[in-house]
Structure formats: C-alpha cells, structure tokens
Write a protein that binds this ligand. Structure first.
Ligand SMILES: [Fe+2]
Ligand SMILES: [Fe+2]
Length: 174
C-alpha cells in the first residue's frame, strides 16, 4: 500500500493506486500526490478581495451542507440517499478548507428538515441549481484571486462542483 495526499484538502489516502477523485474533497486525481513529495502550500497574506470571496464561498458551502444533510434524510431512493450523504461530506470538507484559510472556526451545521424538499426529484433539481451557482461564483473568484494557492483552490472547486452538477443533472433528467 502507498500513502498519498491531496494537494487541495491536504488529507492522506492509503491505497495501491491514486483514486480517480479525492475521497474527502472530491478533487480530481491530478491533485493527488505521493505523501513523501508533498510540500506544504505557501499561503501569503490574503487580499481584502480574497478574504471576502472565501467568506462568500464558505457561506455557500455551509448552505449546501445544510441542504444535502436534509436531502439525505428525506429521500428514500436507495442510491440518492447515499449520494446526498457523500455530497454533504464533501461540502463539509470544503467548508473546513475555507475556514482554515480564513483562520476561523468551521461553522457547525445541524440537521434542518426544512432546508430541502420532500421529493427526491425536487432535491435533484435544487442540487443542480446550487452546484451551478457555486461553479459560477468560484470561476469568478478564480479570476479575481492574485494568490497562487487561492487560485489553485478555486480552480479545483470549479472542477469538483462541475462533477457534482453532472451527477445531479443525469439523475434529474431520468
Ligand atoms: Fe482532497
Ligand atoms: Fe463544495
């Protein structure tokens, strides 16, 4: 077995091969490196703009965690339930990463049964709307970032949320 590490969330992964996506933050394989090669990313002082963008991103992630937790609870679709659970975990990892960059404590999100719809189909549609919104915002934040590390993170987040959008769309249109 080998020890890998994700360049985006920093979490370690034990396995024979690089997974197609980081099991923690969803980053694609190209961001996963051998742990022995890992170098701590350099984070320079944040610009006002980046701080503001990271705060907005954190707000989006927290809102999506609340939604996915609710959706996982509400649906009795066997696959859908696990998919929403996985999405809640990944968005939670994103919230951890953003909080760390902001040097603030990660907000706690408790289950709120009115944060989603009763029907699976409606939650799939809302999931797609949410992911689309995140992609649009993160693409803008990517453009606005001057710090290489912040740029790298928003670029990865655009890819991850794009995968999530596809996941929701494929099922919503079935
Ligand atoms: Fe990761
Ligand atoms: Fe996210």
């Amino acid at each position: 077995m080998k020890v890998f590490r994700c360049r985006i969330c920093g979490d370690p992964y034990l396995g024979e091969d690089i997974p197609t996506n980081c099991p923690f933050c969803g980053a694609p394989a190209k961001y996963i490196v051998m742990a022995s090669y890992w170098e701590e990313p350099i984070v320079t002082d944040l610009s006002e703009q980046s701080r503001e963008n990271l705060m907005t991103a954190l707000g989006l992630e927290v809102d999506n965690i609340r939604f996915y937790k609710c959706a996982a609870q509400m649906t009795d679709n066997r696959e859908g339930k696990q998919m929403f659970r996985a999405l809640a975990k990944i968005e939670s990892e994103h919230a951890s990463l953003l909080s760390k960059l902001l040097h603030i404590e990660k907000p706690t999100v408790t289950l709120d049964k009115i944060a989603c719809y009763p029907s699976y189909k409606d939650n799939l549609k809302d999931s797609a709307v949410r992911e689309e919104r995140a992609i649009k915002e993160y693409a803008k934040f990517f453009q606005e970032s001057k710090e290489p590390r912040i740029k790298e993170i928003f670029q990865a987040l655009v890819q991850i949320e794009s995968d999530h959008l596809k996941l929701a769309q494929e099922r919503a249109n079935k």
